[in-house]
Ligand binder design. Structure first.
Ligand code: FAD
Length: 387
């Protein structure tokens, strides 16, 4: 006999956005009866989420503080004609930590793992096995919606956490080493030093197509590691991804593709940075917003989160335009010049850019001076219709 569970708020999808909303509700609304439903065997899947301290408002730091696995006071970038250390704190969250913190914070019966959801409306959730949840409100956090409603390029990557035979000598993350071969599009290696002989090394590139060739990226990591003079003892963990870089698109169509009239959060709500594809800053803001909401009914949550996601989308036109410049105006081998130039700007401006909070002055500063790509192509890329 299928079972029916009742609760105040059902969160569908126990990834980054769903996990953070569950934690925020537990902290701010301890009497709210929450269910967090995840198809996988753990909350958060297999991820490493990194962010700059300036991505998270001081008022929201309590939410991410217990999740941080690694922290550094500064980071490096390297380009063919420019390298720099930027004094801005940087943090990483391991998904295993999110899983442990969520499970410790929520009652055992509030976290439903290995439960695949077939359908969600704004007050009900139906599981693949026929069970259902009837909730005061539902928030769908099942990851990306229909990306064909957006005009996308792709940020593709494959990373390995390496136990090395000897100390790597890095003091801080190298978040972009773009001195590597650039022939297929903007490419960089991202290295996080986790311990004296432990490092996470990821090969990333911006591409016109979504497929990830893990074998090729693995060879690139091998070459990079060898060029540093490091020797690998063991690969402790791997991760790969292909994330949308949004140049334009129809926000309402995207929202509806994830389910009409259902509240959504995370990438399902289009809440990611158009150029970096990172969603952590928005996921923290969304969780804080939900936890402060006066009304947690399905209709009110839909109103709140639809409004938040729509306004965020509108405010991000500048980043979509930059993404378009990166993909449409520059030849693949020259795309790095857009970023090389950007990384000469002030650390504060760079911080606001990653947080998705660039001011009008920042936008003018980013675009002023000689364009790093041919002006004719830049103008034609930018004047093509985009939302
Ligand atoms: C490998 C990788 C590394 C990344 N690194 C960063 C980073 O460093 N910083 C950053 O800000 N962003 C990063 N991103 C981008 C983005 O922030 C992440 O993809 C983030 O996890 C998106 O959060 P989300 O909650 O929207 O989706 P997810 O975290 O993907 O969560 C969706 C969850 O829903 C579950 N689900 C899906 N369908 C069902 C169903 N039918 N029933 C039940 N559960 C279901 C999934 O199993 C999943 O756990 C990374 C992405 C990837 C893939």
């Amino acid at each position: 006999m299928p079972a029916t569970i009742t609760c105040d708020v059902a969160i569908v999808g126990g990834g980054l956005a769903g996990g953070l909303i569950a934690l925020a509700l537990k902290h701010k609304r301890p009497h709210c009866d929450v269910r967090l439903i995840e198809a996988g065997r753990a909350i958060g899947g297999n991820h490493l989420w990194s962010f700059f301290a300036s991505d998270v408002a001081a008022a929201d730091r309590w939410l991410v503080a217990p999740l941080i696995s690694h922290s550094w006071a500064a980071y490096d970038v390297a380009f063919p004609a420019h390298g720099r250390t930027i004094a801005a704190p940087y943090h990483s969250i391991e998904s295993s930590r999110l899983d442990a913190v969520v499970r410790a914070a929520l009652p055992e019966d509030a976290v439903l793992l290995r439960r695949k959801v077939l359908a969600a409306s704004n007050r009900a959730v139906v599981f693949a096995d026929g069970d259902r949840i009837e909730a005061g409100g539902v928030i769908d956090c099942r990851g990306v919606g229909d990306l064909s409603t957006l005009e996308c390029g792709w940020q593709k990557f494959y990373g390995r956490e390496l136990a090395l035979r000897e100390a790597h000598g890095l003091e801080r993350p190298v978040i972009m080493d773009a001195t590597v071969d650039q022939s297929d599009g903007y490419r960089f290696v991202y290295t996080l030093p986790f311990g004296p002989a432990r490092a996470f090394v990821e090969d990333t590139y911006y591409s016109d197509t979504p497929g990830v060739n893990v074998a090729m990226l693995g060879e690139r990591i091998d070459d990079y590691v060898a060029a540093q003079g490091w020797h690998v003892d063991k690969v402790a963990r791997e991760e790969a991804g292909s994330l949308p870089v949004a140049m334009g698109g129809d926000f309402e169509a995207y929202w509806q593709s994830g389910g009409n009239r259902v509240a959504k959060a995370g990438t399902r709500a289009g809440l990611f940075h158009p150029l970096t594809s990172y969603s952590l800053p928005d996921a923290v803001r969304t969780a804080a917003l939900v936890a402060e909401a006066r009304d947690l009914s399905g209709a009110a949550l839909h109103e709140l989160l639809h409004g938040f996601a729509r306004n965020t989308w509108r405010q991000r036109r500048f980043y979509r335009m930059l993404a378009k410049m990166l993909f449409r105006a520059a030849e693949p081998a020259e795309r790095y010049r857009v970023l090389e130039r950007f990384y000469r700007l002030s650390p504060e401006l760079i911080g606001r850019f990653y947080a998705g909070k660039s001011t009008l002055f920042d936008q003018m500063r980013t675009l002023s001076g000689k364009p790093p790509v041919p002006i004719g192509r830049a103008v034609s890329a930018l004047t093509r219709n985009s939302k």
